[in-house]
Design a protein around this ligand. Sequence first.
Ligand code: DSN
Length: 480
Amino acid sequence: MSDLDALTSSAYSQALEVIASVEPRVAEATRQELADQRGSLKLIASENYASPAVLLTMGTWLSDKYAEGTVGHRFYAGCQNIDTVEALAAEHARELFGAEYAYAQPHSGIDANLVAFWSILAHRVEGPWLEKAGSKNVNELTEADWEKLRHELGNQRLLGMSLDAGGHLTHGFRPNISGKMFHQQQYGTDPETGLLDYDAVAAKAREFKPLVLVAGYSAYPRRVNFAKMREIADEVGATLMVDMAHFAGLVAGKVFTGDEDPVPHAHIVTTTTHKSLRGPRGGMVLATEEYAPSVDRGCPMVLGGPLGHVMAAKAVALAEARQPAFQTYAQRVADNAQSLAEGFTKRGATLVTGGTDNHLVLLDVSGFGLTGRQAESALLDAGVVTNRNSVPADPNGAWYTSGIRLGTPALTTRGFGHDEFDRTAELIVEVLRNTEAGTTKAGGPSKASYALADGVAAKVRDASAEMLDKHPLYPGLDLA
Ligand code: DSN
């Protein structure tokens, strides 16, 4: 065991003892979570394993400080150390992504998107409106003028990718706040190929004339040409916002470059820090200088107080992502997704778009006679952790779905390569072939109940354990 491993093991053992002295059940759940994660095939495309340095950074008294405002301009006294960690996170993010400006405060990807939306509204709508009204501040407006401004802010248009095509809830999905605060329209994918059709997006944008064009996805297994999306945005006068929450690690690791790198093309880029980027759970906004002042007002206009301990962990994770080893990791994430996809197709399974060229695959499980919900549950019984996901024009809707989304970032962190991902595909197909859809109490077809043939779960767990034992999670972490 290295000195660092010994230190990490001792830090966690002692921390858990301190926690157990107050609420042992929390300490026990924390230990159990490590055992569960160590013992399962984690294929949730949006999850990863942050390093011990990142995790340890979050367990400190930086959490205890309020720091609303921005670096050097806070609404509380005594924020010098929060200033230091926030500035470091922003500096690493600017350097890593080549961004003009970075904002490390958002608590999640959804928060980052809300900050971006309100920044665009402030910059494109509120600012010009106030200028025209000869006013600098909303507090100076009469009630009648304020009503007019509210009407302007509430009547803007957003065009984003639909949820069943792989977009995120916050890209204008009607039940989400983004679908309510904007007049929204959605673009999908080509019904034959499942691929983005840029001409169709352009035609929709010309007709709809959105203020905001959102690109990016959380379940689309392909790369996006952001240069083309920017051309579309420019043609109709839209702000291009890219949500790279899922693939930020592939951008950081230089797998996505040129037209596939959103940062040189978008006005605003939002992300999470915990998915393929492998940092703490959180969000971030990157922006051009033009949008920086309005993004910088994110807290307290849109967000609650920033989390100093999490921004510190973002700084540590971003410093890790600037190391050459991260580029190797990111390339392996993409290569492993290819291996997983090939493993499925050669065994006759159907993938949305026929494959992948990013970090995820979307398996259409209808060919197995199952809903996504049944497939997700049967796989979990066998120790394979996935999430059900809609496929384009999904007949089973967003709750039961017809798909399973699988990602490679987490198991790649453990060291899985081609052979392990091929075997993983084999095990998943074995579970699905041996699962039967159940019936409702009334005897009709059920979208939720299922039966997995005897012995399959145990067999798959044993086969997974062989691979997992060869690639241990946090190998140096030995809890007393
Ligand atoms: N929960 C994230 C995902 O799984 O993609 C997005 O919100």
